[in-house]
Design a protein around this ligand. Structure first.
Ligand code: GDP
Ligand code: MN
Length: 441
């Protein structure tokens, strides 16, 4: 980093940070939002030594390379599996905090307590599986809280799709259907088609799933950098992402969006996994380049150890040249969209887009979002919803709680023994959670 240039950048930020937020809001929705942002980014004024230290940390494996071998990896894996199972076997209930907001309070503003939505990008052919997901989410949570649904699609939703969903839901539930502009969805002109073709052929030969499916690349790029700018989300601060064919097992009797807001959370997740390292071969290298150019975006309280963990699946760390590949599984996510709308995330997305990895590789929205969170957010603002029993094949978060319906087995992460190693949750507990957070439930 050239420190002079950095200082100049910082002077610029100091003057424009506020304008930037308001500019962006009007840019997203074609009119300024009346609602104050629920997350604002303040530029970090780091001195030269701090920048050196942060970049060094981000370039250093958590465990010295000499310590990583088959025996140590396998021991750590066993230890992590035990930590996960011991934790999940503890009986829990709700977060033990004052003031959880319930829907039966007379002041409860159903559907509007927080500007939030349940969000689903889906295809017409997903209808039946989507209705299954909605049914469970309604039963466990939303019939009490009445949050609106937003459905997005790159094609037009059929009348059958819209009617089926409307008829399935109670009349008072607001439902919005939106179309995604082709320019926000399709592969951009700037992608070199030859390079793309060679890239996906290599990934396909390496067994990376969906490598050859262009719509999947579009979907990952859309969920990384575009969805939160959709006009239907203009005034929305929190989005709970819902996918077809998922399961919910436990009653949620408090307003989770309000919980996010009251406890200043940027992100809520339930499952935490390793990714296919081939799909993100150069993502970390590019990320480091970005951070060298813009160190002011790094949050000193980031989840660095979780990113740099290199023991349980050291091969992933080696292939990606420095990223554990641990990520939040975004098929369930509750996101503070203003975190995505703030400058660090936006600039990071622009940078990643310029590298083309959504197509030359198969960068998932999950590792992209997770790296942004691990680098730009304070890790204490990322919340593990231990109490939300959830399954998207082949992984499950199943708590031991009276609120669950016995359709999952507590602590049972996957039916496939050989997939147990894909679980990163123990690393999150060890490296990113405080004792207070571990004892929250
Ligand atoms: P997986 O969970 O990684 O196997 O990916 P999915 O196939 O479940 O896709 C993730 C989400 O994006 C799901 O909600 C899909 O319905 C949606 N999705 C995937 N591809 C497309 C697409 O081409 N068009 C639309 N509209 N939605 C898609
Ligand atoms: Mn899915």
């Amino acid at each position: 980093v050239h420190y002079e240039e950095y200082l100049d950048t910082m002077k610029g930020h100091a003057n424009t940070a506020i304008d930037y937020v308001s500019d962006k809001i009007s840019y997203f929705g074609g009119g300024s939002s009346d609602i104050a942002p629920s997350y604002t980014w303040e530029p970090n004024f780091y001195d030269e030594e701090t920048i050196e230290r942060l970049l060094t940390t981000l370039n250093t494996p958590l465990f010295p390379e000499g310590d990583v071998n088959k025996t140590s990896s396998s021991n750590v894996f066993k230890e992590n599996l035990k930590l996960y199972r011991d934790t999940m076997s503890q009986e829990i209930d709700e977060p033990q905090v004052e003031g959880l907001v319930r829907s039966d309070e007379s002041s409860y503003n159903a559907g509007n307590a927080v500007p939030a939505t349940i969000l689903s990008l889906v295809m017409n052919k997903d209808l039946n599986e989507l209705v299954d997901s909605i049914k469970q989410l309604e039963e466990k949570f939303n019939s009490k809280f009445n949050y609106p649904y937003t459905f997005l699609n790159d094609e037009d939703f059929t009348e059958e799709f819209k009617e089926t969903i409307r008829q399935f839901l109670p009349k008072e539930r607001e439902v919005r259907f939106g179309k995604i502009d082709a320019e926000d969805w399709d592969i951009p002109e700037t992608v070199d088609k030859e390079k793309y073709k060679h890239g996906v052929e290599l990934l396909d030969s390496e067994g990376v799933s969906y490598a050859k499916k262009e719509s999947y690349h579009n979907m990952c790029r859309f969920y990384s950098r575009t969805f939160y700018k959709h006009p239907l989300l203009k005034d929305i601060k929190y989005a709970w992402r819902l996918e077809p064919g998922v399961k919910f097992y436990c009653d949620i009797d408090y307003d989770v969006f309000k919980f996010m807001e009251d406890h200043n959370k940027v992100y809520g997740f339930v499952l935490n996994l390793y990714d296919s390292p081939q799909s993100v071969k150069t993502l970390w290298r590019d990320t480091i380049e970005f951070l060298k150019e813009s160190p002011e975006y790094i949050n000193e309280q980031g989840a660095f150890d979780w990113i740099k963990e290199n023991m349980q699946k050291s091969v992933n760390f080696n292939i990606t040249e420095g990223y554990s590949t641990c990520h939040f599984w975004t098929n369930f996510e509750i996101t503070n969209l203003d975190f995505l709308r703030a400058e660090p995330y936006e600039k990071y997305m622009d940078y990643l887009e310029s590298k083309g990895g959504f197509y030359y590789e198969r960068w998932g929205d999950a590792p992209v979002r997770s790296l942004a969170l691990g680098l730009f957010a304070d890790k204490s603002q990322i919340h593990w919803f231990r109490d939300i029993g959830y399954s998207h094949s082949p992984y499950t978060n199943c708590p031991n709680s009276q609120k669950c319906d016995n359709k999952c087995t507590p602590g049972y992460f996957t039916p496939w023994d050989n997939l147990e190693i894909e679980n990163c949750q123990a690393n999150w507990m060890k490296y990113s959670m405080t004792d207070e957070q571990l004892n929250l439930y």
